[in-house]
Write a protein that binds this ligand. Sequence first.
Ligand code: DHB
Ligand code: FE
Length: 273
Amino acid sequence: KASPRVRKAFPILIKKLHEFIVEADVTVEEWLAACALLVEAGKVTNDQRDEMVLVSDVLGVESLVDILEFKRTSEAAKKEQRVKSNEASHSAILGPFYRHGVQVQPNGTTIVRQFEKDADYTRLFGQVFDHEGKPIKGATVDIWHDAPDGLYDAQDPSKPQNHCRGRFATDENGRYETICLRPTPYPIPFDHSAGKLLQLMGRHPYRPAHIHFWIEAPGHKTLVSQVFDRESDYLKDDAVFAVKDSLIIDFVPIDEGQSSKAGYTVPAELKDV
Ligand code: DHB
Ligand code: FE
């Protein structure tokens, strides 16, 4: 017997789907092409990404689901009065390049695993709080971003494993810290189904420069989010609609005149690689 959830959701799905087909006057040829595109999206790609998620992303679906999830959970938390303020950090979509099981490394160490000559080395740090504003010790913070060539480690076998990717545990004050790079705008992979859709719609595949986070701690809801570079292109037309105002941050030079381009400090262990 169908669950209450299914009994509620499926009639809506079917109704809206039929409405769409009627209203857009979808042809048999178009429908079969759509099915073929989904079959294609279900196949495993070289970089193991989930193309089906990517297809949902260019249609704005993952982003919409994320917005609803954030609203639902923060409203529930408020109702249960677990929250003192409603200033919880906003979530954002996961995207296709998260990797499970990365080893925790010490705070302050770098996630840049090979020297990147033209990049801005960046001190990235933060603090993890619970809903009452108490720092959480021992939260794990996964961080990942693209390399200066716009590729994630999984997309480029010539990169060291976990290049621009790392996992940290917060200290007793809830703090974590690493050296990463200032990320660059980047096209989502467009060599497959999602790319085909973008092309059909005449849209570009670019995302604004961003850094991904996956923050979890026992007894707490996991936070998946991203931060965006205020100076990046594409903040207003992210190919996957994931930008939220509260997640736009400033990259501030800390060390004028030092070795790298915009004055960020290159970690000593990378200087002579
Ligand atoms: C998508 C998200 C990303 O963060 C990324 O780097 C590539 C693609 C996406 O949602 O499709
Ligand atoms: Fe990304």
